[in-house]
Write a protein of this length. Structure first.
Length: 112
């Protein structure tokens, strides 16, 4: 499953980069940010799939992470093309941190 996940992520990443290079209105800041979101989401899903959680937790968190990844991707596309005072970027970073904390907390809770 992890090979398929990483292959799917690589395809999405290549497609995003190609669209970023072809479409002139797709600012480099936005396609780089959306590429980072794709990489972060795939890595979080890979981390989740390699964890020792029960299957029900893995499936439910996978759906949650996929949905949040889609939200983060949309935010990355519509974010202003600036680094300073970018609330979209702050929300994206916050969501990635929350997802990471979900995996850590779930792993810790399943050990006990």
């Amino acid at each position: 499953m992890k090979k398929g996940l990483y292959l799917f992520g690589a395809i999405l990443l290549v497609a995003n980069i190609l669209v970023g290079l072809i479409v002139t209105s797709y600012e480099p800041f936005n396609w780089i940010l959306s590429s980072v979101v794709i990489i972060a989401t795939i890595l979080l899903l890979g981390w989740l799939s390699s964890s020792s959680l029960k299957d029900a937790f893995k499936i439910s968190l996978s759906f949650l992470f996929s949905f949040l990844g889609l939200v983060e991707y949309i935010l990355a596309i519509v974010a202003p093309s600036q680094f300073a005072d970018n609330w979209y970027l702050i929300v994206i970073i916050g969501l990635i941190i929350i997802e990471s904390l979900f995996v850590i907390a779930s792993n810790q809770a399943s050990k006990h």
